[in-house]
Write a protein that binds this ligand. Structure first.
Ligand SMILES: [Fe+2]
Ligand SMILES: [Fe+2]
Length: 167
């Protein structure tokens, strides 16, 4: 059931079937919703909240990007460089905001969470979506039937049993 206090409602169309990626995308959506739920329009309260979460949010985003890039690299995904540039541009913009915030400029939570929402939604639904089918094709089936993508360092990226999202 849609929660009206959320800025983003999770949709199964965002799922690529790789558990780690889907969990991280859900985490990003949670992060944006949590931020939106802390909008009070009170500068001090919002600063307190952002102080608590901002560094963790930035590292979460970086970890997610690194995960995707690792899989794109391992599967020789054609759009790798372009996709990586999109990540880089976004991180730089976020870091600019964080820097301003740390030097005392106010970041209104309302506009910041909406900025994040717009980026996260369009990135997952358009840019990430382009690798959904490709990754799936690159996956191999293990003896127990599960699909996985094997990275060069021996790490296995596992699929969940179901991959909704029209694949
Ligand atoms: Fe992503
Ligand atoms: Fe991405």
């Amino acid at each position: 059931m849609p929660d009206n206090s959320n800025l983003i409602d999770w949709s199964n169309t965002f799922m690529c079937g790789i558990k780690l990626i889907d969990d991280q995308h859900k985490g990003l959506v949670d992060l944006v919703n949590d931020m939106f739920n802390h909008v009070t329009e009170d500068e001090e309260q919002e600063r307190k909240y952002l102080n608590k979460v901002i560094d963790e949010a930035v590292s979460y985003i970086k970890i997610h990007f690194a995960t995707e890039e690792k899989i794109m690299d391992a599967t020789k995904y054609q759009g790798y460089i372009e996709h990586k540039n999109e990540h880089k541009k976004f991180i730089l913009t976020v870091l600019e905001h964080v820097e301003k915030f740390n030097s005392g400029t106010r970041i209104p939570l309302m506009s910041f969470s909406k900025f994040l929402k717009d980026w996260v939604l369009s990135h997952i639904a358009v840019v990430d979506k382009q690798y959904f089918v490709y990754f799936r094709e690159k996956a191999s089936q293990k003896a127990d039937g599960t699909l996985s993508i094997n990275l060069a360092d021996g790490e296995e990226i596992l699929y969940s049993s179901a991959a909704p999202g029209g694949i």
